[in-house]
Structure formats: structure tokens, C-alpha cells
Design a protein around this ligand. Structure first.
Ligand code: SAM
Length: 280
């Protein structure tokens, strides 16, 4: 079917991560109307295009492409509509495209992005871990020392951590998390949107034991919930904190200070501070 051409520029197009039904109508429309498709692997993208009954010229592109290849694509964008897709999911998310988008923007070329599937978002919405704040950290390094250092650097971040992972490395990563991210709730989200989709939650030790016994197949997102809250002080501990604060502040100020530092109820602390002041 003939479709009207698109305005020139770069179109970032997200594609399914396993279930072809997840292609958006807008993505299919832009793929059908563009002049050129830049992709990681012409065979992989060719299958998607076959499914959509679309035939288009394809150019292989990744961020390690030569400056000449990138230059050619940028030159095409000035006159033609160029779509960038990756093998699956959203381009630029642990996938090529960053350099191309940056250079296109620097040259004032039109760039637009069509939202669609990304494994990290699917996993986050599935795992039941806090989603109000999260940090996506891509793939962990494969070497033990570098993996431990990366996890150590992320350990204090008060957010759910999201990683891409592979089956052969999963158990080693879970064991490293048991050591560097103790006390967290973890989730392994596997084969998302596909027939054997699975999301398993538990401690790092539980999940490591499970996957050591059942080596995982397919694609994986690994998530770690935020660091556990330190136990709130109570009883004698609270009295000790209040006494220290009362040594240099009024009961009201002491209560406010301890409440803020430990996430405790200010009114209750004030009442206790008054008691301590009267009968130290
Ligand atoms: N750009 C893609 C996206 O937006 O999700 C990610 C590309 S990255 C090279 C590939 C990794 O994403 C896989 O190794 C896996 O960790 C994760 N992934 C992709 N599809 C997945 C799926 N269906 N289920 C679980 N993880 C998936």
C-alpha cells in the first residue's frame, strides 16, 4: 500500500521485546512511511518488517559504526526520514543511538521519539518493588571485582535498582548482591511479554539458590529494592538521644531534632522530653 512520505529527520522507534503484538500503531505507521531504517541487525529487523508486510532499505548502525557511516546517515537525515530501531525495545536504552541523536541535535536536524516497549519498564511494573524512585544501571560488569565495585557504589542509593542481566551470569550477580546489597528484596523478571514470562521475588540468597538449581534461560531483568530502613530507635535508646539533645536545646527543639533524624513522631518525643526535663 502506498503511504505519504514523512518529513525528513530522525525518528527513534521502540519495537516489541518478544511479543510482536506490542508494536504500536504509530510505530508501524512510521516504519511504513519512512525512507530508510537504521538498525543493529538487518536480519532481526527484517523479521519485524516481514511481519508488518513492510519493505524498506535498511542500513546497519551501532554506536561503534565508523564516523563515515554515521556521517552518511546524518547526511541522509537532512533530506529523508530515517528511522532508528534496535533489535528489540527502545533504542538508546542499553542499545545504540546515543551518538547519532547527539550529533543530529547538534546539527539542528529534527529528532522525534516514538514511545513503546522497554524491558526495564515492563520489569519495574511487574516486580512489586517501589517505583517512586528507581535507578537504571544497564548491564553489571562481568568481572567479579568490577561487579562488586559497581554494586558497592550503588548500595547507598535510596531507590530501586534495575539491571539488565544474562542467564549465565545471573547466579554470580545474585551472590554479589547478597554481599554488597544485604537485606534487600530482589526480583528476577525473565522472558517478559513471551510465552514463558516469569517474575520471581525473594532475597538474594533465595534467588541464587533457586537459579543455581534451575539455570535460567532467556532474557532477564534483575531488580533490587531500596536499602532497608535502619530500625527506629525505641525505649531507652530514644531517651538517650533526647538527653543528648536536651543538653543544648529546649524540649521542643530537642524533640524536633530527634524526630527529624530518626523519622519519629515529634509530639510523642516532645511529651517524653518534658518528662525527662522534669525528672532527669
Ligand atoms: N533496548 C532494550 C530495551 O529497551 O529493553 C534493551 C536492549 S539490551 C541490549 C537487551 C537486554 O534487555 C537483555 O539482555 C535483557 O537483560 C533485557 N531484555 C530485553 N528483552 C527482554 C525480555 N523480553 N525479558 C526480560 N529482559 C529483556
Amino acid at each position: 500500500m502506498d503511504t505519504p512520505p514523512l518529513a525528513s529527520g530522525l525518528y527513534i522507534v521502540a519495537t516489541p521485546i518478544g511479543n510482536l503484538g506490542d508494536i504500536t500503531r504509530r510505530a508501524a505507521d512510521i516504519l511504513a512511511r519512512c525512507d530508510v531504517i537504521a538498525c543493529e541487525d538487518t536480519r532481526v529487523t527484517g523479521k519485524l518488517l516481514n511481519h508488518l508486510a513492510i519493505r524498506k532499505p535498511m542500513r546497519r548502525y551501532d554506536d561503534h559504526a565508523s564516523a563515515d557511516q554515521r556521517e552518511r546517515l546524518l547526511a541522509e537525515m537532512a533530506e529523508k526520514s530515517v528511522v532508528l530501531v534496535s533489535d528489540a525495545g527502545t533504542p538508546l536504552i542499553s542499545d545504540p543511538g546515543y551518538r547519532l541523536v547527539r550529533e543530529a541535535r547538534e546539527r539542528g536536524l529534527p529528532v522525534t521519539s516514538l514511545p513503546g516497549p522497554s524491558a526495564m519498564v515492563v520489569a519495574l511494573t511487574l516486580a512489586g518493588l517501589p517505583t517512586d524512585r528507581f535507578l537504571f544501571a544497564g548491564f553489571l560488569p562481568s568481572k567479579d571485582k568490577a561487579r562488586g565495585d559497581t554494586l558497592g557504589a550503588l548500595a547507598a542509593v535510596p531507590a530501586t535498582l534495575v539491571f539488565y542481566e544474562t542467564g549465565p551470569r545471573l547466579v554470580a550477580s545474585l551472590e554479589a548482591m547478597a554481599q554488597h546489597l544485604p537485606g534487600r528484596e530482589l526480583a528476577v523478571a525473565r522472558e517478559l511479554t513471551k510465552l514463558h514470562e516469569e517474575c520471581r521475588t525473594g532475597s538474594a540468597a533465595e534467588l541464587a539458590a533457586h537459579y543455581a538449581a534451575h539455570p535460567p534461560k532467556g532474557e532477564i531483568v534483575l531488580l533490587a529494592g531500596p536499602p532497608p530502613e535502619p530500625d527506629a530507635p525505641e525505649g531507652d535508646d530514644v531517651d538517650a538521644l533526647l538527653r543528648v539533645a536536651l543538653a543544648e536545646a529546649s524540649p521542643s527543639q530537642a524533640a524536633a531534632k530527634v524526630a527529624k533524624a530518626h523519622g519519629l513522631d515529634r509530639k510523642a518525643l516532645y511529651a517524653r522530653a518534658m518528662e525527662l526535663k522534669e525528672a532527669p
